[in-house]
Design a protein around this ligand. Structure first.
Ligand code: ATP
Ligand code: MG
Length: 476
């Protein structure tokens, strides 16, 4: 295992050296064997005790140089100039077998100089949730950070009640956040901001020339396009991030921070599950508006470096670019291969009906595909019957066209998502058993979202209570 440390070359203003605390009894609960292979550390699969040591802070691998990264961020709209990794340690970067350099970070590994009032720890359930949800998102083909492992520390974490503690190891394209740019911009530290920009460009957007006089504006546009893609992917699968603060918005365009996330059940666009999101700022359907807002904060930070009208123009064009991607996403969900001027109306009509009749989001698209291929039990989507006639008409009656539409829908609409009640049941079972074993069947099912497996059906069921009393927490 050979760690590289490119982020450290940016200089001491970017991080604090920090030692993880050494847990007394590290025990490997979940290990991502496939990811370990990809990271070229597959040999650790046969050495769980060694892996538990390395990925809990009990033992620092020889080439690791743990650091906590500095960043700021807007939290629920309010700027905090000093956040940073308060409970995470970046061990360094490992090379994926594709050649990409990936960050390997322990989370829940003890306090750092950025901890403020926090204890630096993570409870077992949120650590397992991060593993399960990010694995599900990866299988769904949504850009995301991933998890290599969850290690129980054997030590309690004190929340409302004492809970089992754990360290989750996150693998990310990088940990540069919108809040990292805001951190240096707030200090008017132009030199660091430019270093960060050049680094982020070369790591994530290498097609941009770092000698270009408008590189910051080009970078902003590239980040916006990635974020638009990301949010449309969330909408495609019914993901609610829950805490889209600018410090939880990765420049790479990956989903990051699975604290209070949840999945949409019945189609209710203003769905919010996070216990602290009283105003619904991060509701399902508000995610596009919030990413726009977050991108405006990135633009402001970059304006410390470059002046000109470009930034405003780019921010103003967000809506138009978003709309194009949004339509493309729903066209795919509906198997519409070609564009027509009436698509937006057809999509809106469907979503309105789904909302009026409180239909399950994931299930509805599966049933629509079945209606197209002739196998749907018609009463389940009865409220959509009139709409279905219009939609089928739009697809056309030529069998080849219908087949192409069906295939596109099957590739776009998951058969299985990590539904909230199933995730909670799995987390509870793992906590009771102090083991990762109860998560394995569920993981196998969610790792195949587009192809049915023997376990798919078991986890397709909707919550009997329609998630009415469901709440999520920031997971600290
Ligand atoms: N238990 C804790 N101890 C110390 N700091 C914490 C703790 N929980 C959260 N923080 C810090 O509070 C800020 C916001 O927390 P948030 O819940 O968004 O992040 P996180 O889940 O810890 O980490 P990440 O965004 O890296 O996934 C971050 O600076 C984070 O490091
Ligand atoms: Mg966070």
């Amino acid at each position: 295992m050979k760690f590289q440390h490119s982020y450290k070359t940016l200089g001491a203003d970017f991080y604090q050296s920090a030692k993880p605390v050494q847990p007394s009894k590290p025990e490997l609960l979940l290990w991502n064997e496939r990811l370990a292979e990809e990271l070229q550390i597959g040999e650790l699969t046969a050495q769980p005790a060694l892996a538990a040591g390395y990925f809990s802070g009990a033992e620092i691998p020889a080439s690791a140089e743990p650091i906590a990264l500095a960043y700021a961020g807007h939290q629920f709209g309010y700027f905090n100039p000093q956040l940073g990794d308060g409970r995470a340690h970046l061990l360094g970067e490992l090379e994926h077998r594709s050649g990409q350099r990936l960050d390997i970070q322990l989370k829940g590994s003890g306090p750092t100089l950025f901890s403020r009032r926090g204890d630096g720890r993570c409870a077992l359930k949120p650590a397992l949730r991060e593993f399960i949800m990010s694995e599900a998102m990866h299988a769904l083909a949504v850009p995301t950070t991933r998890c290599l492992s969850v290690v129980a520390t054997g030590e309690p974490v004190f929340r409302d009640m004492p809970q089992a503690g754990a360290v989750v190891t996150r693998v990310a394209a990088s940990h540069i956040r919108v809040g990292t740019f805001e951190y240096f911009a707030a200090k008017q530290d132009k030199a660091s901001l430019e270093k960060l920009l050049d680094y982020a460009i070369s790591r994530h957007y290498p097609s941009i020339d770092i000698n270009h006089c408008n590189k910051a504006a080009l970078f902003l546009q590239a980040v916006i396009d990635k974020q638009i893609h990301l949010v449309c992917e969330w909408l495609r699968v019914g993901f609610i991030h829950g805490v889209m603060n600018t410090d939880n918005c990765a420049i790479s365009g990956e989903t990051i921070d699975y604290g209070p996330c949840a999945m949409l059940g019945r189609y209710q666009p203003n769905t919010v599950y996070s216990s602290i999101d009283k105003q619904g700022r991060y509701a399902f359907s508000n995610q596009p508006a919030i990413i726009h807002w977050n991108m405006a904060r990135l633009a402001e930070a970059l304006m410390v470096l470059e002046t000109g009208d470009d930034f405003q123009t780019i921010i103003d064009q967000f809506q138009q670019r978003f709309q194009q991607r949004y339509l493309a996403t729903y066209r795919k969900k509906l198997g519409l291969v070609e564009h027509t001027a009436q698509d937006a109306e057809l999509i809106t009509k469907l979503l309105t009906l789904m909302q009026q009749h409180q239909l399950d989001y994931t299930q509805s698209f599966i049933l629509l595909e079945q209606a197209l291929s002739g196998s749907a039990p018609s009463n389940e989507i009865a409220p959509l019957n009139n709409w279905v006639v219009e939609w089928k008409d739009r697809i056309g009656f030529d069998p080849e066209r219908k087949k192409a539409a069906s295939e596109l829908m099957q590739q776009t609409n998951p058969l299985i998502i990590p539904r909230n009640h199933h995730v909670e049941a799995v987390l509870e079972a793992c906590e009771q058993a102090q083991s990762g074993e109860p998560a394995k069947e569920f993981l196998a099912a969610i790792r195949s979202p587009y192809q049915p497996t023997i376990t798919t059906q078991k986890f397709q069921s909707t919550d009997p209570d329609y998630d009415q009393n469901y709440q999520t927490f920031c997971g600290t």
